[in-house]
Design a protein around this ligand. Structure first.
Ligand code: 5GP
Ligand code: ZN
Length: 114
């Protein structure tokens, strides 16, 4: 996708603070962190959102990568929250699927954006 900001980050065309990268996914720090740890994990392939026909192996790989990122960020013991905002009501603002990996402090139990 030529006009997708996260595709550009995945391609290295826009700089990011990289946390993890392999041939299928990249994780980088959120530009506007809402928690002490707030990292985004994306597939290098473009899918607009979680209901965009993502193959099972891609979906599984992405979520396992999010768990790996939580471990890298030191959240395994304390816990963390994975959030995937999808569509307008969820206030998805970047239309390339991304998992928010958040933690580092206690969170509210309601239904927050992230
Ligand atoms: P959404 O609201 O779509 O679930 O989350 C999009 C997230 O991407 C937001 O938390 C926002 O701060 C982050 N974001 C938007 N543009 C950029 C960017 O250019 N670089 C980084 N690192 N994060 C971004
Ligand atoms: Zn994209």
């Amino acid at each position: 996708m030529t006009d997708c900001i996260f595709c550009k980050i995945a391609a290295g065309e826009i700089p990011s603070n990289k946390v993890y990268e392999d041939d299928r996914v990249i994780a980088f720090e959120d530009l506007n962190p809402q928690m002490p740890v707030h990292t985004l994990v994306i597939p290098k392939n473009h899918y607009s959102h979680i209901a965009d026909g993502i193959p099972d192996d891609e979906m599984g790989y992405l979520f396992n990568a999010a768990v790996k990122v939580a471990e890298i960020k030191g959240l395994s013991e304390s816990g963390f929250r994975l959030t995937v905002n999808t569509g307008a009501d969820a206030q998805q603002t970047v239309h390339h699927i991304h998992i928010h990996v958040c933690g580092g402090a206690p969170m509210n139990s309601g239904s927050p954006k992230r």
